[in-house]
Ligand binder design. Structure first.
Ligand code: F6R
Ligand code: MG
Ligand code: MG
Length: 367
C-alpha cells in the first residue's frame, strides 16, 4: 500500500506571546482530525506543538498536494483561530493564515508543509522533526550530515545499500527553481549552495540507487510570500530510517552539534538549534533559543505507532548544555552582528528610518 505522510503546520496564536501553543488549540485540532479519521479521509494523525507552532501530522492514501487533505488542515487552522485563538485573544491569532479563501492547496497560503509518499516497507520507521524560531534552511546542515557525511553516518561507508549515496533536491527560495545534486560526487558544489541556508534549501533527499524518497522538508518563506514580515517560517521535516536509509541513531546524531541558525528573537538573530523533548518545546529565553523536537513512529498500514519522543534522553543533555553556553556567548553581542542578522536578512529593522533621520548630517569624508 502506498501511504502519504503529510505534516502541515501553522502559528495561529501563541500562549503566552510567541512561547508555546495553548492546550485548547491542540484539543480543537485533535477533534477535527479525529472526525476526519472516522470518515476515512485520514488513516491516522498526531497533533503536537513546538514553540508557538501547531503541528498536524496525518497519514492517508490520497497522495501529496491533495486538495481534501490540505483543506482539512486549512479548515482546522481557520476553525481553531475562530473558536479558540480569537476568543482567548491568543497572541497573533491566525497570523500564518495569509489568504481569506482556500484555493486547493495550502502551499503559498502561509502554513508550512512537508509531505512524502512511499510503499510501506516490511517495517517503516520514520522521524518527524519540527523546529521553532528558525527557517527552513536550518535543516541543510543536519540533512547534509545524515545523508552525505560519513563521519556522521557510518552506513554511507559500511552499508552496501547506502554506499551509492543520496541525491539532494536543492530549492532556490528567491528564484523558485530547484536543482538535483548527487552526493558524494558533487559534495563541494552542493555545499557551495546549501551553505547559504537563507536562499538554497534542501527540499527532498532521494536514495540514488533507486530514487526512493528518504526525506522531505518544508521550504515556505512567509516573508517572501507576503512581501513583508509576517512571522517565522518555522520548518518541519520527515525522514525515513533504517534498512537502506540512515539508522535512527545516525539521523539523530546530526543534531548532536547545536549549529547556529537564523530566526531567534524577532526573526533577526542567530542562535544555536537546541534539541529538546516535547515537554521543553517552549521558547522562553529571548524568545528561544531556537529548538527542535524529534518524534519517532513505526508505521503499520499507515497507522502512526508513537510518538517516541527521541530527544527525551540524557544522551542529548550535553548538546543542550553546549547550546546554552553558545546561547549565552552569542547573546552577549546584544545588537551586534553576527548575533543580529545582516541588514538584508532581518525581519524587523529601523535602519532605513535611522539613515533617513541622519541623511542631512552625513558629511563627505575621506579615509
Ligand atoms: C515570533 C518570534 C518572536 C517575536 C517577538 C516580537 O515567532 O520569534 O521573537 O518576533 O516576540 O513579537 P511582536 O512583534 O509580535 O511583539
Ligand atoms: Mg508566533
Ligand atoms: Mg513559531
Amino acid at each position: 500500500m502506498k501511504v502519504t505522510v503529510s505534516l502541515i503546520k501553522a502559528d495561529i496564536g501563541g500562549w503566552v506571546g510567541h512561547s508555546t501553543v495553548h492546550p485548547k488549540l491542540i484539543e480543537y485540532a485533535q477533534g477535527k482530525l479525529k472526525e476526519a479519521k472516522e470518515t476515512g479521509l485520514l488513516i491516522d494523525y498526531y497533533v503536537f506543538n513546538v514553540g508557538d507552532d501547531l503541528q498536524l501530522l496525518m497519514t492517508h492514501t490520497r497522495g501529496e498536494n491533495n486538495p481534501e487533505i490540505h483543506k482539512l488542515a486549512w479548515d482546522t487552522f481557520v476553525g481553531a483561530t475562530e473558536k479558540v485563538s480569537k476568543p482567548l485573544k491568543l497572541y497573533g491569532a491566525g497570523q500564518d493564515l495569509l489568504k481569506d479563501t482556500f484555493s486547493g492547496n495550502v502551499r503559498g497560503m502561509g502554513p508550512g508543509v512537508a509531505e512524502m509518499t512511499f510503499e510501506e516497507r516490511r517495517s517503516e520507521p520514520i522521524i518527524v522533526f519540527a523546529a521553532d524560531k528558525t527557517e527552513p534552511g536550518a535543516w541543510n546542515f543536519p540533512l547534509y550530515k545524515m545523508f552525505a557525511d560519513p563521519f556522521n553516518t557510518a552506513g554511507l561507508v559500511i552499508d552496501p545499500s547506502m554506499h551509492d549515496g543520496f541525491r539532494f533536491e536543492v530549492y532556490d527560495v528567491i528564484e523558485h527553481k530547484y536543482v538535483l545534486m548527487n552526493a558524494p560526487e558533487e559534495l563541494y558544489d552542493l555545499l557551495a549552495l546549501i551553505g547559504t541556508p537563507g536562499r538554497y534549501v534542501v527540499r527532498r533527499v532521494f536514495r540514488k540507487s533507486d530514487n526512493e524518497i528518504a526525506a522531505a522538508a518544508s521550504v515556505t518563506r512567509l516573508s517572501l510570500i507576503a512581501g513583508r514580515y509576517v512571522g517565522k517560517d518555522d520548518p518541519v521535516l520527515i525522514v525515513r530510517a533504517q534498512h537502506g536509509f540512515p539508522a535512527v541513531g545516525e539521523i539523530l546524531e546530526a543534531f548532536a552539534f547545536p549549529h547556529l541558525v537564523a530566526g531567534w528573537m524577532r526573526g533577526s538573530h542567530h542562535g544555536p538549534l537546541m534539541p529538546v523533548p516535547l515537554k521543553y518545546a517552549k521558547c522562553t529565553r529571548f524568545d528561544g533559543p531556537p529548538r527542535v523536537v524529534a518524534l519517532g513512529f513505526q508505521l503499520h498500514d499507515g497507522q502512526l505507532e508513537g510518538p517516541n519522543d527521541l530527544f527525551d534522553d540524557p544522551a542529548f543533555d550535553y548538546t543542550r548544555s553546549v547550546a546554552q553556553m553558545i546561547a549565552d556567548y552569542i547573546r552577549r553581542h546584544g545588537p551586534f552582528m553576527p548575533h543580529r542578522l545582516g541588514p538584508e536578512e532581518m525581519e524587523y529593522t529601523t535602519l532605513p528610518a535611522v539613515l533617513e533621520k541622519l541623511r542631512g548630517r552625513f558629511k563627505p569624508g575621506e579615509e
